[in-house]
Design a protein around this ligand. Structure first.
Ligand code: DC
Length: 224
């Protein structure tokens, strides 16, 4: 079977996927694609149209008018709806709270999955997400699943460069990550799960460089 030219990097929120995927893509000269950003863009767009993200009927109707363009800018995929999307709009609290139900909507997943699959036209991809190795590119040449406990992931988000931890924020983030894990892994369509043929990397005791090295070693040993 011909494998797709894709390195799929899946895992729960804050497992380090983004940093690792960007670094791997840069080092091997592949294009970096963040699939979560596309779910966020669709969520932002629905909200901008005044659509209730939990109203399935309205979301389905709106999707018929949604046009998404993708391009490669400086080695990474950027998406646009044609409407002005302010910088940082995808990471606001409003989008954060609405994105899980939008990502659980089967109509949305259908549209987003097709767009993600079409990105293969840009050449070798390093794509990060939740269902890249299981649904989007089941024949990806390489599949990795990055994991770490919710405690470790929350701590990473809230440790500053001097190693200080904001304890109250930590507790909040720990709870919210655990809640997102439950939503992402229990939804009916394309839940977060480990692909049978994925290499699982527990990143709890590894720094970014350690994880990147594991991935590059696997890729290199397979190609050589
Ligand atoms: O990785 P992120 O936090 O930017 O993802 C945003 C949301 O999209 C999150 O609820 C998980 C979901 N998502 C998904 O369901 N499937 C993907 N391939 C990527 C993200």
């Amino acid at each position: 079977m011909v494998k797709q030219e894709v390195i799929a990097i899946d895992g729960p929120a804050a497992s380090g996927k983004s940093t690792v995927a960007k670094e791997v893509a840069q080092r091997i000269g592949a294009v970096y694609a963040d699939s979560g950003a596309l779910y966020r863009l669709v969520t932002w767009w629905l909200l901008a149209q005044g659509i209730d993200p939990e109203d399935h009927q309205a979301v389905r109707g709106a999707l018929e008018t949604l046009k998404i363009e993708a391009a490669v800018v400086e080695g990474r995929i950027t998406y646009s709806t044609g409407d002005e999307c302010p910088a940082d709009a995808l990471r606001t609290q409003r989008v954060n709270s609405a994105v899980s139900p939008v990502a659980a909507n089967a109509d949305v997943r259908h549209v987003v999955t097709a767009i993600l699959q079409s990105l293969a036209r840009f050449g070798m991809l390093v794509m990060e997400g939740r269902d890249i190795g299981t649904v989007v590119f089941p024949d990806a040449a390489f599949k990795f699943y990055l994991d770490a406990s919710p405690e470790v992931r929350a701590r990473r988000r809230f440790t500053d460069k001097d190693g200080n931890v904001d304890k109250a924020a930590l507790e909040d983030v720990h709870k919210s990550l655990a809640r997102r894990d439950v939503i992402d892994s229990s939804r009916k369509t394309a839940p977060l799960r480990i692909a049978d043929d994925a290499a699982v990397i527990d990143t709890s005791d590894l720094d970014i460089e350690g994880v990147v090295k594991r991935i590059l070693d696997t890729v290199a040993s397979d190609i050589c």
